[in-house]
Design a protein around this ligand. Structure first.
Ligand code: HEC
Ligand code: HEC
Length: 382
């Protein structure tokens, strides 16, 4: 407080003094010139003129000294500011604890980051993807379906068990069996653009990709390399003994989902808002190559997040309801899988609930889609 008062006053005094010195000095120069043009006057006042010249030099020297002093003080001020900022950033820097549910880092760390602007833009791209890439999108219109990243990565990817991004910065690049290659973060982001958003990949060097990367880097603040904080991703819903049942799921859907997502799964406008409840199936939903098309991902997502208001510690669906409604929704029509020919170069590594053959086992496609899954897992353990 005292310094924040002290410095502006100091600046004012230094600037005023320097200005006054330059002004007086300039007047003296003018005066000396005028007098020396008059030969008689100059002859009579030689001594006074000499004093004035010395005074003029002294004043000019004073102005120079004050300017140098002012610059030194400014530099000092800048350093002090940086030092404080560093201390404040350190004070709110998250301390990693593998036992504790991880949450988003303090906003202060984003606002005072070198890439503060990019982080903010990245967050908005995640939350309001439609505004940039949707029907009337300002970056690249009509290049995705009707979803925002945030519809599936809740609270812009910062919610416990809301499919958050806390482990992205810490665990990529990573080998992924789906592509059979080492995947970078931009590649993984574009996976969701092409599958969950059934759209076009982003230019990996463009400002939008760089903003999303900056945002995810900030979200991963304090997470040690390789670590996956508690509460990352989705909950794992215990397997049923039976196959998940789309018919039972239809009843769950009608009573607990249709009011927001629409009786035909097409989504609905939100009352008193320009936003929409997102579609769950149909042309404007995720395609068959998306993560949610795997039953275990869908069940894990809804168990901890749906109907809206549910959470991992206050779920509103039983395990059976979560699996059955997943089976119902994923039995409805949606855009086809665009990458069947290239995904899973090693078929033996397919996820147990990857619903497209061929497989390295003898379980039918239908069982890979709806379960029961325990026998499939047991087969691969052997
Ligand atoms: C329809 C739902 C959906 C939408 C929309 C969606 N995603 Fe995803 N995303 C998923 C699922 C499901 C996973 C994988 C979860 C798993 O395998 O455990 C995932 C995983 C990811 C991952 C990897 C996370 C990790 O820790 O490995 C990133 C990064 C990602 N998504 C980014 C995005 C971005 C960026 C967007 C918007 C352009 C987006 N997603 C939109 C469903 C979605
Ligand atoms: C009160 C309204 C409401 C109800 C009821 C509701 N949802 Fe949602 N659902 C939402 C909203 C809103 C989102 C997007 C969340 C966001 O963007 O923050 C969403 C997102 C989703 C998503 C991911 C986005 C997508 O479109 O694929 C799935 C899957 C989903 N809900 C499934 C369900 C299921 C299954 C049920 C019933 C068990 C259900 N929801 C009930 C409001 C609701």
């Amino acid at each position: 407080m005292e310094e924040s008062f002290y410095y502006p006053v100091l600046w004012g005094v230094i600037a005023a003094l320097t200005g006054a010195l330059i002004w007086v000095q300039g007047n003296l120069v003018f005066y000396l010139k005028t007098v020396s043009r008059n030969a008689m006057l100059a002859g009579q006042c030689q001594r006074q003129m000499r004093y004035l010249r010395v005074l003029r030099l002294l004043l000019a020297g004073g102005a120079v000294l004050l300017t140098i002093g002012g610059m030194a003080a400014a530099f000092q001020d800048y350093q002090l500011h940086n030092c404080r900022l560093k201390a404040q950033r350190e004070a709110v820097w998250p301390r990693y604890d593998a036992q504790v549910f991880w949450t988003a880092p303090d906003d202060f760390l984003a606002e005072t980051d070198q890439s503060a602007k990019a982080i903010g833009y990245g967050r908005d791209l995640i939350a309001h993807t439609q505004d940039y890439f949707g029907k009337n999108g300002v970056v690249r219109p009509n290049s995705i379906n009707a979803l925002n990243c945030q519809n599936c990565h809740l609270e812009a990817g910062s919610r416990v068990f809301g499919n958050n991004y806390f482990a992205v910065e810490s665990t990529y690049p990573q080998m992924r069996a789906r592509s059979g290659s080492l995947e970078t973060i931009p590649k993984r982001i574009n996976d969701c653009f092409e599958r969950s958003l059934n759209g076009q990949a982003l230019d990996t060097t463009g400002p939008e990709m760089r903003a999303i990367l900056a945002y995810m880097r900030w979200l991963g603040t304090g997470v040690p390399k390789g670590a996956k904080p508690k509460g990352t991703g989705l909950v794992e819903v215990p397997f049923l003994q039976r196959a998940a049942d789309p018919h039972r799921g239809a009843q769950v859907y009608a009573s607990k989902c249709a009011s927001c997502h629409g009786p035909g799964g097409q989504g609905l406008p939100m009352p008193e808002s320009a936003r929409h409840y997102p579609p769950l199936w149909g042309e404007r939903s995720y395609n068959q190559a998306a993560g949610l098309f795997r039953l275990s991902r869908f069940a894990g997502y809804v168990k901890a997040n749906m109907p809206l208001g549910a959470s991992y510690d206050n779920p509103q669906l039983t395990d059976e309801e979560a699996w059955d409604v997943a089976a119902f929704v994923n039995a409805q029509p949606r855009p086809p899988h665009p990458f069947l020919a290239t995904d899973w170069p090693d078929v033996a590594k397919k996820n147990f609930d990857h619903p497209f053959g061929p497989y390295a086992d003898t379980f039918p496609e239908k069982q890979h889609k709806f379960g029961p899954f325990a026998p499939i897992i047991a087969f691969y353990k052997k």
